[in-house]
Design a protein around this ligand. Structure first.
Ligand code: N01
Length: 529
């Protein structure tokens, strides 16, 4: 077994930064990743149209000012390809390549109480003995494919957006069905609509999508951001989602209808999530939420030519923002094309899939390619296939069956020397992922150093502190409208999964404050041994 200080699972933004921090601290560390390349979720999700909905100048590491000053993004919102080039650049720049073992999955990890080390077995037959195990496995790792009668009999291609083949697929002249209209579905539909002979979109719940207004990043925009980078990064951490923007900290109901409408129009023209920062109570006050939801519906009605299609596309089953709001530039326009058709599944359910197509309650649609953009068994799904055993009788996945429990989303009582980056109970999903990752990794690096400096060989959250954190999470979520939506944030997108809001809903600043206080007071909520 190869001895290590730290074994890191996952070579995405989180794992790579963790490796960098461990190298800086002079610890022996190694990443294993099941994929054939670095990039995590960005490596796997190679569907056409894949792009990040956080602006590129913000969806990037801030830990090294030279890196952020020197890297030149070409678009306001980066494509998957550009994000991967950036990640490759980071790997080279910080000399991380030798510490990464690709095509290697963890099968099982057992904490050995005699040696106080994790004994880890991988699919390649290789073993590691590591003092610390860090799961940087991402929240969106385990694809969800619906169980539709007859899918096995289908003779054409079946794709999931997160399991896309390496070679590009030409959709020209194809009859394509896309199931799912979340952030992924909206991107893939916008792109495939341009080429397919026929594209049928199967929508279960209409979603809110705002204009992205993607554009080339001009030298002026680049210069302006870079001149203010440090202040903007620091301001971002003071805002609820960790994303820099013009956050207006007043209620949507504190202004007149006319003022509010003008403000929505102004922010709509700017694009992106600016409009979600127009007022501070969209997620806590249904009436405030109704004002913006209705504004977005009016924009959809105006975009889609056929009134019946527009009606089906109007989101009205959940408050806006209670599941991830999508960004688009040509999604609604796709439904104005003669080759694109919409099936609203609650009015016209799927009956069965056949070798050459799909039958709904109203018609038969010929299909030669199915694309499932049906999301993920999120956050906890990434540990479901790994047998991780600590001090408890059950493994981590079984332990979380009734809903995940952790302290800060970074560690679990009963699992010594195990850390999670962006685990359940952290702000992931409700924050700029890279901001959260950098802070999480920093905290883990600090607690590892603290343990080393004080001669401790084990560390884990106390079960009382973990209980308090889990209670706090539920309380914060229940002050909001989040539980009104069925989403991957609260587990309700997966049948049989515990319905628990898995994300810290108190906003980035109070999460950072709680972690900083923990560190500054010498980690009182952890047990060292
Ligand atoms: O997954 P989702 P996603 N029959 O769970 C539908 C990030 N991301 O991959 O709403 C029919 O959001 C489901 O319907 P419903 C981002 O954080 C970011 O799109 O549950 N339909 C829904 O429409 C995002 O939140 C970017 O009724 C079924 C869709 O599938 C997260 O990834 C790009 C179904 C799943 O939506 C996940 O997004 C892409 C069934 N049995 C992703 N089961 C950007 O940065 C599920 N659905 C832009």
């Amino acid at each position: 077994m190869k001895p290590l200080d730290v074994l890191i699972v996952g070579a995405g933004f989180a794992g790579l930064y963790m490796l960098h921090r461990m190298k800086l601290a002079g610890r022996s560390a190694q990443i294993v990743d099941e994929s054939g390349g670095v990039g995590g979720v960005w490596y796997k999700n190679r569907y056409p149209g894949a792009r990040c909905d956080v602006e590129s100048l913000q969806y990037s590491y801030s830990f090294d000012n030279d890196l952020q000053q020197e890297w030149r993004w070409t678009e306001r919102y980066a494509s998957r390809a550009e994000i991967l080039s950036y990640i490759e650049h980071v790997v080279e720049r910080f000399g991380l390549r030798d510490g990464i073992r690709l095509n290697t999955s963890v099968e099982a990890a057992d904490f050995d109480f005699k040696t106080k080390r994790w004994l880890v077995r991988t699919t390649t037959g290789e073993g590691f003995s590591a003092q610390f195990l860090v799961l940087a496995t991402g929240s969106l790792t385990m694809p969800n494919v619906p169980d539709i009668t007859g899918l096995d009999s289908f003779a054409g291609k079946v794709l999931h957006t997160a399991q896309w083949p390496q070679e590009p697929i030409d959709f020209t002249g194809k009859k394509v069905a896309v199931v799912g209209t979340g952030s992924t579905g909206i991107q893939v539909i916008s792109e495939v609509a341009k080429y397919a002979a026929d594209l049928t979109v199967f929508q279960r719940t209409a979603n809110y999508a705002l204009p992205m207004r993607n554009q080339p990043l001009t030298p002026e925009m680049d210069r302006e951001w870079k001149a203010n980078y440090l202040e903007r990064r620091s301001r971002a951490r003071e805002l609820p989602t960790g994303v820099f923007g013009d956050f207006n900290d007043v209620s949507a109901l504190s202004v007149t209808d006319d003022e509010r409408r003008q403000e929505y129009e102004r922010r709509w023209a700017l694009g992106g999530f600016q409009i979600m920062m127009a007022y501070n109570d969209f997620l806590t006050n249904q009436k405030a939420n109704d004002t913006i939801a209705e504004f977005v519906r009016s924009k959809i009605r105006a975009r889609v030519h056929d009134p019946e299609t527009a009606r089906k596309l109007l989101p009205n089953e959940f408050p806006i923002g209670t599941k991830r709001v999508c960004l688009e530039d040509s999604y609604y326009d796709a439904f104005n094309r003669p080759n694109v058709h919409l099936v609203a599944l609650k009015e016209e359910p799927i009956v069965e899939i056949f070798p050459n197509g799909i039958r709904t309650s109203q018609k038969f649609v010929e299909v030669d390619t199915f694309i499932f953009a049906t999301g993920f068994d999120a956050i906890t799904g990434s540990v479901a296939k790994v047998n991780i055993r600590g001090a408890l009788a059950e493994n981590l996945s079984q332990h979380w069956k009734g809903g995940p429990r952790s302290l800060f989303g970074l560690g679990v009582s009963g699992f010594p020397n195990l850390f999670l980056v962006s685990g359940p109970g952290s702000p992931i999903g409700r924050s700029n992922a890279v901001t959260s990752i950098e802070q999480n990794v920093g905290f883990i690096a600090d607690i590892i150093s603290f343990a080393g400096d004080h001669g401790y060989s084990t560390v884990e959250p106390s079960s009382e502190a973990q209980d308090r954190w889990v209670e706090n999470l539920a309380e914060l979520a229940h002050r909001t409208l989040y539980m009104k939506a069925k989403s991957w944030w609260n587990g309700s997108n997966i049948e049989g999964k515990a319905r628990v809001f898995m994300i810290y809903a108190g906003g980035v600043p109070s999460y950072l404050a709680a972690c900083n206080e923990e560190k500054d007071s010498g980690f009182p909520n952890y047990i060292f041994g």
